[in-house]
Design a protein around this ligand. Structure first.
Ligand SMILES: *[C@@H]1O[C@H](CO)[C@@H](O)[C@H](O)[C@H]1NC(C)=O
Ligand SMILES: *[C@@H]1O[C@H](CO)[C@@H](O)[C@H](O)[C@H]1NC(C)=O
Ligand SMILES: *[C@@H]1O[C@H](CO)[C@@H](O)[C@H](O)[C@H]1NC(C)=O
Ligand SMILES: *[C@@H]1O[C@H](CO)[C@@H](O)[C@H](O)[C@H]1NC(C)=O
Ligand SMILES: *[C@@H]1O[C@H](CO)[C@@H](O)[C@H](O)[C@H]1NC(C)=O
Length: 368
């Protein structure tokens, strides 16, 4: 029965809002809000799961089913895997609550880390009024923002420039090739590095992506894209993601997630909630030449100017500033009703997690 109620929560964010109402005395107004023909859906941070230990994933209710022709998939193997197993909607159109609950259930992603990921994605690439986002490209199921204040389409996670960007392990830079789908050539290059630097493990010699392998992978991804992509750009919001997308794991596990976008056979989720961990910082420390920056018109890598004070106190705070200055559309600063309640909650959650002393209002370019 637990699974059943979890599914109910997953499919209906409204259900959470409506049910929460009877328990919480001053819940925000849930009166109907219609803007530009769309009905607003109030977002609610899901409670922390009560069970946070290891368990076998997927369970019987979440078999792999390959996506159909109209199902959205995109550049993030983790999101694609969640959708392929129905931990988020199999059509690839998901919501704030669904991302947090699905990632917690399947990957044991800490609730607050899930909140951070979901908040940023909804603000930068989703429709935060109707609480919908595509994990791939433009979908008829995710309308443009009311009043088209971010252009005529809501583009989805796959769109280049705000969160998605260059130097991925398995996707080409947008100016080189296909930035959305798995690229076998890049994965084969990654596996050559594993063969050279990997540690020995249960599946054989040089099959473990240890720290040394991860460092060499990131070095290679960054170096080759900087040379090949004339418009290479790695702003701080992106560099932090590039360093943070991998964990120590085996070749069999990584291949299953990255190439097949499914859980490995006999896989168990982490034994305690997954947080950022120390690996991104260790990779950054090993590659001090890779600072946030971009190629100039001659293809020479130049460092970006640092975040302005007081946002230069840490890379987490600088990335928060970069996101609000450049990735979250400025028109979100001016919304009303349920739209404003959702935007205020998401921006507040990201500020609280940023380590910054002052918040930043959304100020990024629109329709990009
Ligand atoms: C895959 O990556 C290789 C190596 O960078 C590149 O030459 C090729 O164009 C990419 N293919 C696609 C479809 O993006
Ligand atoms: C990936 O999928 C292919 C084709 O179904 C299968 O042969 C292979 O064993 C899978 N590899 C992993 C690591 O899951
Ligand atoms: C932040 O920037 C200010 C103004 O440029 C500078 O005085 C300060 O030293 C910087 N702080 C850090 C931690 O880099
Ligand atoms: C917000 O709305 C006001 C009044 O309509 C307008 O002057 C201002 O430019 C808008 N700001 C943004 C960031 O859209
Ligand atoms: C951010 O933190 C403050 C202070 O702890 C808290 O009052 C506020 O509710 C938090 N904001 C959100 C959106 O959770």
């Amino acid at each position: 029965m637990k699974t059943f109620s979890l599914l109910l929560l997953v499919v209906s964010p409204l259900f959470i809002a409506v049910n929460a109402r009877s328990n919480i005395r001053d819940a925000p107004s849930t009166t109907v809000d219609i803007q530009d023909g769309q009905t607003g859906v109030l977002m609610v941070v899901p409670p922390r799961p009560t069970e946070t230990g290891t368990k076998r994933i997927p369970d019987a209710d979440h078999p792999f089913i390959a996506p159909g022709p109209n199902d959205m998939r995109g550049p993030c193997p983790g999101m694609n895997t969640l959708a392929n197993h129905g931990y988020i909607s199999r059509n690839g159109i998901t919501s704030f609550e669904e991302i947090i609950i699905g990632a917690a259930e399947a990957f044991n992603i800490d609730r607050d880390m899930g909140v951070g990921m979901a908040s940023l994605n909804l603000l930068a690439r989703g429709n935060a009024f109707v609480n919908k986002i595509s994990i791939g490209g433009v979908s008829p199921l995710v309308p443009p923002l009311p009043g088209q204040i971010d252009g005529p389409e809501t583009r989805g996670i796959a769109a280049h420039g705000r969160g998605e960007g260059d130097a991925s392990m398995t996707r080409s830079d947008i100016h080189i090739g296909n930035s959305r789908n798995f690229n076998q050539t890049l994965w084969d290059e990654d596996l050559e590095i594993l063969a050279k630097f990997g540690a020995d493990g249960p599946d054989g010699p040089a099959t473990v992506f240890n720290l040394e392998t991860l460092i060499e992978l990131k070095r290679q991804n960054l170096e080759s894209d900087q040379l090949l992509d004339p418009e290479f750009a790695i702003p701080i919001r992106r560099l932090n993601l590039v360093f943070g997308t991998t964990k120590q794991a085996t070749k069999r596990i990584m291949t299953s997630f990255f190439m097949n976008q499914t859980f490995p056979e006999n896989w168990f989720r982490a034994a305690s909630p997954v947080l950022g961990g120390s690996i991104p910082g260790e990779i950054a420390a090993a590659l001090p030449q890779w600072v946030p920056g971009h190629n100039d018109e001659n293809g020479v890598f130049v460092a970006d100017p640092p975040a302005p004070a007081p946002f230069n106190i840490s890379s987490g705070c600088a990335a928060y500033w970069d996101n609000f200055a450049n990735a979250v559309p400025g028109s979100l600063a001016n919304v009303t009703g349920i739209f404003k309640q959702n935007v205020d909650m998401l921006t507040g959650l990201l500020f609280n997690a940023s380590g910054c002393s002052e918040p930043v209002a959304p100020a990024g370019p629109t329709n990009v």
